[in-house]
Write a protein that binds this ligand. Structure first.
Ligand SMILES: [Fe+2]
Length: 194
């Protein structure tokens, strides 16, 4: 890990940072229980454990004052009607925000609070999305054949809580209906316990 100021490049077409510490790969098997259509999930999984998304991280101390950052690449594809997406998470320290800059592609960010408020924002090339503190977030690639590439940055002390979303899901799903992305209620969503 660097202690002096540093810079790096993120260039098309690949968008792989010229410098990074971790390369995380998430396959379909890492997403068990996350997709709405369980039969479609099983069917696709049996045909091969597809790579859904990748993250290139720059390691920083996980403390207040630092900014963790990197690149996420969600590949195009669908499980049934549901697009490839990230696991989605709350930050362990709820009162921490995140910022996303879309470098390429078309997508949706599905968000919700522990109280069950929800929001969906479009992601498109050149767009900046601010995710305020308390909002869980999941990115979804709605393009048929292009990667969704985003630069992200969030406070060093944020941490990741994947478990809450694994248990309750997101309140809204984005499904492909007649070739277009549509926001629908998640029939399996479990409202947060009061
Ligand atoms: Fe996050």
């Amino acid at each position: 890990m660097k202690t002096e100021p540093f810079s790096f490049m993120i260039n098309s077409p690949g968008f792989i940072p010229s410098y990074f510490d971790n390369h995380i790969k998430r396959h379909l098997s890492d997403m068990k229980g996350q997709f709405n259509n369980k039969e479609a999930f099983q069917e696709v999984l049996e045909a091969g454990d597809k790579l859904l998304y990748e993250v290139y991280e720059l390691k920083r101390p996980e403390i207040e004052g630092e900014i963790l950052h990197g690149i996420s690449i969600v590949h195009p594809g669908k499980i049934g009607e549901e697009y490839y997406m990230t696991k989605g998470h709350f930050h362990t320290v709820l009162e921490t925000a995140e910022i996303y800059y879309t470098l390429q592609g078309e997508g949706m960010m599905v968000m919700e609070t522990p109280e069950g408020d929800w929001a969906v924002e479009e992601l498109k090339t050149g767009g900046v999305l601010y995710v305020p503190p308390r909002w869980a977030h999941r990115s979804i690639n709605v393009h048929s054949d292009q990667d969704l590439v985003m630069f992200f940055a969030y406070p060093g002390n944020a941490g990741h809580d994947y478990g809450t979303i694994e248990t309750q899901g997101f309140r809204k799903l984005v499904l492909s209906k007649s070739g277009k992305p549509q926001i629908v209620d998640n029939p399996h969503w479990k409202p947060p316990e009061k």
